[in-house]
Design a protein. Structure first.
Length: 414
């Protein structure tokens, strides 16, 4: 059966051309939504409650509390109407009357009943958790008996269901088309922001909470003998503050000011992660493969369109300067760039006054290309001239041999 049967309650009184009873369309709208509005009558008065939902086959399950209005009212069955709406755009017309919105919505009518079978209840709560991200249930503790008893789950069979939607642009009257006012659509969408860990969390953001992006923008974990490069996360704040905080020499030529408190270190990481979220940067935390200690960060700045990227944003604790971890970190990044991503060109930029960094880049086998005048800002607001270096894919095999040999000899580079 591809459509829900049309009933008196699901038949629109106006604009019937916007109505649909397509089962797949209804399911898609319900599945995309994170929450719904549940309407019912209690003690002769209308009630509307926002709540979470999940669909399994042709049943919509609603989450609540056994002690709440919804849970108490549902004993013995509860006539309800449930709606889920996605606002896709604001429609601006030349006339105020014709302003509108583009949307997709579902309304389901029926009688909701409390789920009393423990296995079904646990199955629904697991599905609700998995809706957040595939694999989430396995990375959390399930409800204990007390929590399960406090949780109400209502089951609503999807029988009386209708879809209503609007698409397209403004529908101005002909006599208004020549008015000198802008008209059109402002698209809207819901996007996940940067995950913000709760106090005390020491594990990185799990993969199911990371957005699906191009592999050029994916911080793929890179592991070597001396160093592990892992996706930068706010959970790294304490370790990075211990390694980098308060050391002005480390931050001398960097655009950020030296953090002297944990909160300041967290702000530095948030700034880096904001660039990652914007698709401009792929940041890593650097961890000693032997001791497990964090000692720095580094980043890739990809330009996938031209198959090029920059290695930068490198901050390393002073005790690690000129050690094997730095040589191997660059070797891992360059291998990933040329052999995994298929980059044609890798570049580095550093302050012309940062002689130590320039020497380290040259030891990698990078070729100096010149100076970019005034292309960056220093932390004091002055213009920075940047020394530009590059390595091409054709030059990578020789550079790889030299870096590997240097690791074996113990002659390291920052």
């Amino acid at each position: 059966m591809t459509e829900y049967p049309q009933t008196e309650r699901t038949t629109a009184l106006r604009m019937r051309e916007r109505m649909s009873y397509d089962r797949e369309a209804a399911h898609a709208i319900l599945d995309e939504g994170w929450h719904c509005s549940l309407a019912f009558v209690r003690d002769g008065l209308p009630q509307v409650l926002p709540t979470l939902h999940v669909r399994l086959d042709d049943t919509l399950y609603l989450h609540g509390s056994t002690g709440g209005r919804m849970g108490l009212a549902a004993r013995g069955g509860l006539p309800v109407a449930v709606t889920v709406t996605h606002l896709d755009g604001l429609v601006l017309a030349r006339s105020q009357f014709h302003h509108s919105a583009n949307y997709r919505s579902v309304i389901a009518h029926g009688t909701a009943t409390l789920v009393t079978d423990e296995q079904e209840k646990r199955r629904v709560l697991t599905a609700l958790t998995e809706k957040i991200g595939a694999g989430r249930a396995a990375q959390t503790r399930g409800p204990n008996d007390r929590e399960l008893a406090q949780t109400a789950v209502l089951a609503l069979p999807l029988v009386e269901v209708s879809v209503r939607s609007r698409t397209g642009t403004a529908g101005d009257d002909d006599e208004d088309l020549d008015l000198p006012y802008w008209a059109g659509v402002v698209p809207l969408r819901v996007t996940a922001g940067l995950p913000d860990p709760a106090p005390g969390v020491r594990v990185p953001v799990p993969d199911h909470l990371r957005p699906a992006v191009s592999r050029w923008l994916t911080p793929t974990p890179l592991r070597g003998r001396y160093v592990h490069l892992e996706p930068l996360d706010l959970a790294h704040t304490d370790g990075l503050f211990a390694a980098l905080g308060g050391d002005e020499q480390v931050w001398e030529h960097l655009p950020s000011r030296c953090p002297h408190t944990r909160a300041q270190m967290a702000d530095v990481i948030r700034g880096i992660l904001a660039e990652y979220e914007a698709g401009r940067r792929v940041p890593y935390a650097q961890r000693d493969a032997v001791t497990g200690e964090l000692f720095g960060t580094t980043s890739l700045y990809p330009e996938e369109r031209v198959r090029a990227l920059e290695i930068g944003g490198t901050i390393v604790a002073r005790p690690r300067w000129r050690t094997a971890v730095n040589t191997e970190a660059k070797l891992l990044l360059l291998t990933h760039a040329f052999e995994v991503l298929g980059a044609r060109r890798v570049t580095w930029q550093t302050d012309v006054r940062n002689l130590r960094s320039r020497a380290a880049i040259e030891r990698l086998g990078a070729v100096p290309e010149g100076v970019l005048r005034g292309n960056r800002n220093r932390k004091d607001g002055s213009a920075r001239d940047s020394a530009l270096y590059s390595m091409l894919a054709a030059e990578w095999p020789d550079a790889q041999k030299q870096l590997t040999s240097r690791l074996l000899r113990g002659a390291e580079t920052r």
